[in-house]
Design a binder for this molecule. Structure first.
Ligand SMILES: Nc1ncnc2c1ncn2[C@@H]1O[C@H](COP(=O)(O)OP(=O)(O)OP(=O)(O)O)[C@@H](O)[C@H]1O
Ligand SMILES: [Mg+2]
Length: 507
């Protein structure tokens, strides 16, 4: 595969070092180095050189760091992906195993949970009358990924309740992501493999969700490559910074490393720890760049691969300074990677400045008829957050009123001391409730995928409110306010699945 591409990496003393993917045993390139050693900058420089020579890159961008060098940015709103869709020539059964194994690996499921997940996915297909053993003649529309949750709920029996609940709560964050509400995958691969494109993942809620989306995306890429056929010309690169999240045996990335070359696709990966790459992956890479590794065992590991002393890697001082080994060359060279800034023409620099200011979005792919347009869970979360905040402030005011005004000021002065002591005690309990509610508010806002426990807190308050009701008319007024707020909290804290059910019933 000699495509004539020649990537300038940097200087080794006064000698310029180039990487020519077509001359190596494969076009893949790996970069390792501690945090701050210059991995992202090196990857950007390489992507820039490739782009200048007509080879675009698809970048899986966990931190939205590559926006400035991309021609297309795919962000949260535009990307819709349905991992259950079946590509032509495949059987739903294969997809079931693939999806379950990705989810298992990322969310750390046990074998029984994985098997339960598989059977829920299977039910999603059979419910739609799809034969899971039959090869799809053309790309097969599939139930939206969200359906898995419904299926999991349906199959509940007393014996499997524990496993099921643990499974649902572990993978719950996946069901809250907008992109999995849709039935179709709307990633225009034909278009994005022609331009340098970043898949921006920063705004997704948790690290696990980001990793799962990245894997589902890479999986789709694999089947797109199969469909578009073999190529002996380098067509596109797939770039994954911080690839350790996605590298394990038989993961989509692992498969790409093994197979992508035949389809004219090169892979560029970076990771902080060289041991994230298996020895096989390292031994088969066309090029390896090691920047500084500040752990002795990492330096030893990579030193062995590059045939240099570990101390040389430990003592690299500047970002961008490292050692590069190419499969075509006998020797490892010390190199200072030229940063991106120095490679840009004035025009390119201006373009990058513009890209920073204005998001050059991909034209949104058309939404097919009948596609699911459910209300995104964020709106519901915002309402819940507001109600919980009001409820928290109510509990705080109520608690302070009881503990300080009614209780504390009267203790020791009034004849009915035990009653006031009792009220001060209830006030203190409401102050604790208010703390729990304000914490729940923080979680809903900042950690949307964590459980808040807000329904339990609301339920616990009811007996305390009722306990006070008999005392005076004032407490009855407060009781009514408290109960109304509690009911609102319970209504808004229902899960998205409940909303789905209700909407379905209303249709
Ligand atoms: N080749 C280089 N020449 C000069 N400065 C560089 C070079 N590479 C990186 N730097 C500078 O070093 C800093 C860290 O670089 P970079 O973000 O690429 O590190 P990293 O290895 O990706 O770190 P992390 O693992 O935390 O993502 C940046 O401020 C960058 O500008
Ligand atoms: Mg980085």
């Amino acid at each position: 595969m000699d495509s004539g591409v020649r990537v300038y990496l940097g200087k080794s003393q006064e000698r310029k070092i180039f990487w020519q993917p077509g001359k190596e045993k494969n076009p893949h390139f790996l970069v390792v180095g501690t945090s701050g050693s210059g991995k992202t900058e090196s990857l950007k420089s390489i992507v820039h050189e490739l782009r200048a020579q007509g080879v675009p890159s698809l970048i899986v961008d966990f931190h939205n760091e590559y926006s400035d060098i991309a021609e297309y940015r795919i962000n949260l709103r535009e990307l819709t992906i349905n991992p259950l869709e079946v590509a032509a020539g495949r059987r739903p059964q294969d997809v079931i195993y693939e999806v379950a194994s990705i989810v298992k690996k990322i969310f750390g499921l046990g074998d029984r949970q994985e098997s339960m997940l598989r059977s829920a996915i299977k039910d999603c297909y059979t419910d739609q009358g799809i034969d899971i053993l039959k090869e799809a003649e053309h790309d097969l529309a599939a139930p939206p990924f969200m359906k898995i949750r419904e299926q999991l709920e349906k199959g509940e029996t007393a014996t499997n309740r524990g496993i099921r609940e643990a499974l649902i709560s572990r993978i719950e964050p996946l069901f809250e992501v907008d992109i999995f509400f849709k039935e179709n995958t709307a990633i225009p691969f034909e278009e994005i493999v022609r331009k340098t494109t970043t898949i921006e993942l920063k705004d997704f809620p948790t690290e696990d969700v980001k990793a799962a989306i990245a894997e589902f995306f890479l999986n789709k890429l694999i089947y797109y490559l199969y469909k578009s056929g073999k190529a002996d010309r380098l067509r596109v690169y797939c770039v994954v910074d911080e690839a350790h999240r996605l590298l394990y045996e038989n993961s989509p990335l692992d498969r790409l490393l093994r197979e992508a070359r035949k389809y004219g696709t090169g892979i560029i990966l970076s990771s902080q720890r060289p041991s994230d790459f298996s020895e096989t992956v390292l031994a088969n890479a066309g090029g390896i760049l090691s920047l500084q590794c500040n752990l002795e065992k990492d330096a030893k590991f990579i030193g062995k691969q590059l045939s240099i002393e570990p101390a040389d890697i430990l003592h690299l001082t500047e970002p961008g300074l490292g050692f590069v080994k190419l499969s075509s060359g006998a020797e490892t060279s010390k190199v200072k990677i030229d940063p991106l800034e120095g490679r840009l023409t004035e025009e390119e620099r201006q373009q990058m400045e513009k890209a920073k200011k204005k998001i050059t979005d991909l034209p949104s792919p058309p939404v097919p008829e009948g596609a699911d347009q459910r209300r995104p869970p964020e709106k519901k979360r915002n309402k819940l957050a507001t109600t919980v905040l009001i409820k928290g402030l109510f509990s705080l005011a109520y608690g302070l009123f009881l503990a300080v005004v009614v209780g504390w000021l009267n203790i020791g002065q009034a004849a009915e001391e035990p009653v006031f002591l009792f009220l001060a005690g209830i006030g203190a309990v409401f102050l604790i409730f208010s703390l729990a509610e304000l914490l729940a508010y923080y979680r809903i806002r900042k950690r949307p995928t964590r459980r808040t426990g807000i329904r339990k807190i609301a339920a616990l308050q009811v007996p305390f409110l009722l306990l006070l009701a008999g005392l005076t008319p004032l407490f009855i007024v407060l009781l009514v306010i408290g109960l109304v707020l509690t009911v609102l909290v319970v209504i808004f804290s229902r899960t998205p699945r409940d909303v789905t059910k209700k909407e379905k019933a209303g249709r």
